[in-house]
Write a protein that binds this ligand. Sequence first.
Ligand code: ADP
Ligand code: MG
Length: 627
Amino acid sequence: MATGSINVSVENIFPLIKKFLYSDHEIFLRELISNATDATLKLKHLTNIGEAKVEYGDPRIEVKIDSENKKLHIIDQGLGMTADEVEKYINQVAFSGAEEFLDKYKDGAKDTGIIGHFGLGFYSAFMVADKVEIITKSFKDEPAAHWTCDGSPTFTLETAEKADRGTEIILHIAEDSTEFLEESRISELLVKYNKFMPIPIKFGTKEETLPKAEDAPEDAEPEKVTVDNIINNPSPAWTKQPSELKEEDYKGFYRELYPMQFEEPLFNIHLNVDYPFNLTGILYFPRLGQDMNLQKDRIQLYQNQVFVTDNVEGIVPEFLTMLRGVIDSPDIPLNVSRSYLQADGAVKKISSYITRKVADKLNSLFKNDREDFEKKWNDIKIVIEYGMLSEDKFFDKADKFALYPTVDGSYFTFEELQEKIKDSQTDKDDKLVILYASNEDEQHTYIQAAKDKGYEVLLLDSPIVSHLIQKLETSKEKITFARVDADHVDNLIKKDEETISKLSDEEKETLKTDLEKVVPATSYTVQLEALDSSSAPFMITQPEFMRRMKEMQQTGGGGMNMFGNMPEMYNLVVNTNHDLISKIMTEKEDTNKEAIIKQALDLAKLSQNLLKGEELTAFVKRSYDLI
Ligand code: ADP
Ligand code: MG
């Protein structure tokens, strides 16, 4: 038997790094600034614990373009490296100095915010540069070092003349990457990845107007000075304690995050845990419209204040991806595929923590200021309803604060609603019949009819409401939903006294035959009902179940489209106790009889919004003829 170690030569690895380390070449800048930040944070920690006896001062990182010589410089004032350390940390590919540091200083250093991890970040420089130099001076009393490498595995290391502590990385930008010599491109990257990093980052200078001195004459020119252009906010709101922040600070931070968003958020949720995982962040509820798909990808994910992605799919439960804001957690594994992510234990915990926090916040808003919560309901309901549908734990919590508005503008919780209708709206099996409308204008006639009978009518108009109703019917006992234009409501609701039919069975037969001659059997099933004489003579209703299944399929639910393809099927409910019916029955002239039935049918269609095109024109003409 032979044992040995596989010889992975750097010669083979270098081209691989260049091609595959990151699919996005632009992240080299994020990596180098992360290293500069780490170097600074390490120095801070070492001065804090007295291991580095130097002045920490007010260090910053500088990014400088030298377009003439096609060079990009990243300069920091961190702890620097001795020549030995360059040998160790730079020449050994895939050895992370960041991990070693955290290991060595363990608990004390765990809150330093050090970013590095895999020991490969530095080499991403070779994705855009064909030569890289490091000039570095350690905080220790040793000479500065100068390392140069042109992308082949050979490097040079010599002493250098650098006097101040810190590291300068010089990238000789390759021919195919000259975009990274453009100010606008670098500026864009700094804003994207480094806007909230913890050490100030300077990129160029800018002019600033000084406030006028008090004793300055009226017409004095305002004084201008040139100052460093700092591109980041090193202590963004989410890194602070909730107790340090006021409402205004949260709103201000929202504007910082979304400068192009002019509307204010409705409210925010501050996330802050350090056990059993680390996570901070602020989520905002924006005003949401009806379209769920337009609103995703707005939450930004950070790790120790470094921007990672704005696709939080798999980390945040789907229904919350409609929110905005930031999440910062060093505990989210990002070098894995999204599907793996969803199965990861830590990520599951994070996701359920966020869900719980959101539910708790909503609950406290509801409890503390119900009036305000009701006002906001329309703008937030889509998230809550979606959450109730997709997460059972959220359903249980939201059940206490989810609101069901009525067409008259009252808002009930489910429990309140049950209480309100328990005596007046039950069916033959003692189930509560919850009536609702989905469009106040289109279903106006039906809403009115139900209200006239003293029934409560909800207004449920979000795009996923049919799914939610289905969910409520299966998770609650003894309830059923019916849209106001569904199978006639008087049939659903049990009443004390039955209305007696004015017609004999024989008369009913004749009426039915007369009607079916005129009413197209392919679209309508004629149903004779003995309703009270004040109910409409003709009414078109649609079976609740079929309509709901069709709607659910339109908004995505279930693979087979078996209901979606079914033709629309309606009932024509004819109130045999209405005066018009006697008129139809006593009419001798066939053409007249037909005209009355047609007219009544069209009127019924009109109130269900079914009268269109040619039929509408014919109706209008017929109506003129009648008058
Ligand atoms: P990681 O950051 O994951 O440790 P990198 O490849 O990004 O890996 O960097 C390797 C190591 O090189 C770092 O851990 C650090 O010790 C050293 N290093 C890189 N850049 C700097 C710098 N600007 N100042 C001091 N040390 C640095
Ligand atoms: Mg690094």
